[in-house]
Design a protein around this ligand. Structure first.
Ligand code: ATP
Length: 141
């Protein structure tokens, strides 16, 4: 398995779970959140953590985010912040940008920006669980 550097923006339920799992899988993870409490909770679980506003271009530049292989925008509720962070990550040249979407409209904008992969956590998990219920022997879908 290749060693990959990930930046995860937004350490809510989705972002914190994702970033912890990536770390446990042996990857380097930078977790970013503007909420100091969220960052404190994750500081001993991830390779690096920082309190920062991911909609600020200078902040992303100074963190060297463009050198990361993959960045995940795990901001949900604040659609404007999610879109702004995704635009900046693409502009900075991050190879793979993944983003979480809450609505179809949100996803459409992310797609137009050029986000490489869009995730609907609840919707995707619903599909996955349905498949697991139908085929209980299927461990991973
Ligand atoms: P989840 O369901 O994963 O808990 P959510 O859909 O409720 O998340 P939000 O609460 O909007 O999503 O965002 C998740 C995290 O992103 C929060 O911890 C929030 O502080 C962080 N966040 C929001 N905007 C920014 C920003 N501009 N820069 C950095 N972090 C941000």
């Amino acid at each position: 398995m290749a060693f990959i550097q990930y930046a995860v923006i937004g350490l809510g339920r989705f972002g914190s779970s994702l970033s912890q799992e990536l770390t446990q899988l042996g990857h380097e993870v930078l977790g970013i959140d503007r909420d100091e409490e969220k960052v404190d909770e994750m500081s001993d679980k991830l390779t690096h953590t920082v309190v920062a506003d991911a909609t600020d271009e200078e902040v992303l530049r100074s963190l060297g985010v463009r050198n990361f292989d993959c960045a995940v925008v795990a901001i949900g509720d604040n659609i404007q912040a999610s879109i702004m962070a995704a635009i900046l990550l693409k502009e900075l040249g991050v190879k793979t940008v993944v983003a979480k979407a809450l609505t179809d409209q949100h996803a459409k904008v992310l797609e137009k920006i050029g986000v490489d992969r869009i995730i609907f956590p609840e919707r995707d998990m619903g599909v996955r669980v349905a498949h697991q219920l139908v085929s209980p022997n299927l461990l991973d879908y």
